[in-house]
Design a protein around this ligand. Structure first.
Ligand code: HEM
Length: 397
């Protein structure tokens, strides 16, 4: 089992079931790696790292560990969108794009973005619960993630919920194609063709938005930087993947962890613990459970010599969970820091956005100052990021 003492711990049991149903390959990898050392070489996979300090050591060494060669996520994006897209995953181009987009991702921008794209929905959720109704949190997180990314990109934000559910579902299908890449990030021609069809679906409105979007949006910035539509499509797809599944998964799982551990009552009694609750929810759920890197040049990590051309899998899920189970009173853990958001130059750009989203959902569920009860839950199956397909809650009586 993923955790020790799982039988006596309902929260751990539900999390393990979620991983098992969602992504059996991931479950097996995490299960096997629990019994290995901090860094181990696994045939056909490469180096597997479970220790938080070693994981950060890899993430901070940009000269030795890259994103674009075999094993790095940039390798897949390069195959999909070409070498120009690959350049965005490292070096000067990467720095330039991050610098030009930074102001869109500050704490203040994150609060504005979430309020603009999700505020009305949060109010509707609170009203529904106050009226004794049931809310499907998992469905809401998918719609809200789609709305948020559309707003951030500069795509039309005034469509019905169904349009955003479809964007999310397309992103999920595209990400699922990456599930076969644990052993190699080289995509087979059939997989590439399927991926391109899904990309067409996700980016249907990008060419139009590229021309018209305001300069406070990602597509507007792409235009200002003279990226051209093909590269803008690549970046739009990247955001549609990076900013949706992880956020939706982390939000629902934080809601569930607070419920299953009974600690939502502690949070209701002490609202100042909200920041802790969000951090703990993301630490324990670690919605990006594995980060891959290509070994660009020989390096020594944890006393082991890694050779150029090999690959490394950082198991963030195990690294962040090493600190123990969900505890709303747990202080910041210096060893893992925010490893669930990665580290080094590629540290999640949307970290503030993700935190605000989770906090706002908890705020909506607790708007009446009363706890919620999980009425039913169902895990998503065959997904890259383990998540709830459905999570129905109502205010406890
Ligand atoms: C709980 C939710 C989230 C988690 C756990 C998460 C996790 C991560 C991780 C681990 C990375 C680094 C990947 C690597 O180094 O290979 C990353 C990168 C990134 N994330 Fe997030 N993410 C979340 C939400 C978001 C959101 C909401 C957005 C956008 C609105 C976003 C945008 C990005 C971008 C653009 C990058 C690439 C940064 C770069 O390469 O410089 N993420 N995320």
């Amino acid at each position: 089992m993923i955790r020790t003492n799982i039988l006596g711990d309902p929260a751990a049991r539900h999390e393990a079931r979620l991983l098992w149903n969602g992504n059996k390959g991931l479950y097996a990898l995490l299960e096997a790696a629990r019994h290995t050392g901090p860094i181990t070489r696994v045939p056909r996979l490469g180096w597997v790292v479970t220790d938080p300090l070693l994981a950060r050591r890899v993430l901070n060494d940009h000269a030795s560990f890259g994103m674009t060669g075999e094993g790095g996520v940039g390798h897949m994006w390069t195959q999909l969108f070409g070498a120009e897209m690959g350049e965005l995953f490292g070096g000067a181009r990467h720095t330039e794009v991050r610098t030009r987009a930074r102001d869109l991702f500050t704490e203040e921008s994150a609060r504005d973005l979430v309020e603009r794209s999700q505020g009305a929905h949060h109010a509707a959720i609170a009203a529904r619960l106050a009226g004794g109704g049931t809310v499907d949190v998992a469905d809401a997180t998918r719609v809200l993630a789609g709305r948020l990314v559309a707003d951030l990109l500069g795509l039309p934000a005034d469509r019905g919920d169904g349009a955003y559910r479809r964007i999310f579902a397309a992103g999920e299908r595209l990400a699922a194609l990456a599930m076969g890449t644990t052993a190699s990030t080289e995509l087979a021609p059939g997989v590439l063709a399927r991926a391109r069809t899904i990309v067409d679906e996700i980016t249907a409105g990008v060419a139009e938005a590229y021309r018209t979007a305001g300069t406070d949006t990602i597509l507007g910035r792409c235009r200002e930087m003279g990226f051209g539509v093909p590269l803008a499509r690549g970046l739009a797809t990247l955001l549609a993947i990076a900013g949706t599944e992880t956020g939706a998964s982390g939000t629902s799982r934080t809601v569930v962890l607070l419920h299953d551990t009974g600690q939502q009552r502690t949070l209701l009694a002490e609202p100042a613990l909200l920041g802790n609750a969000v951090r703990e929810g993301l630490r324990v759920s670690a919605p990006a459970p594995v980060i891959g890197r290509h070994v660009a040049r020989d390096a020594v990590v944890g006393g082991r010599r890694l050779r150029a051309g090999e690959r490394v899998l950082l198991l963030t899920y195990l690294a962040t969970n090493a600190a123990g189970p969900f505890d709303v009173r747990r202080e910041y853990v210096p060893e893992s820091r925010q490893l669930w958001f990665g580290g080094g130059r590629h540290l999640c750009l949307g970290a503030a956005v993700a935190r605000v989203q989770v906090a706002r959902m908890l705020g909506a569920l607790h708007a009446e100052g009363r706890p919620y009860r999980v009425v039913s839950r169902r895990a998503a199956t065959g997904v890259l990021v383990p998540a709830y397909a459905s999570l129905r809650v109502k205010t406890a009586t």
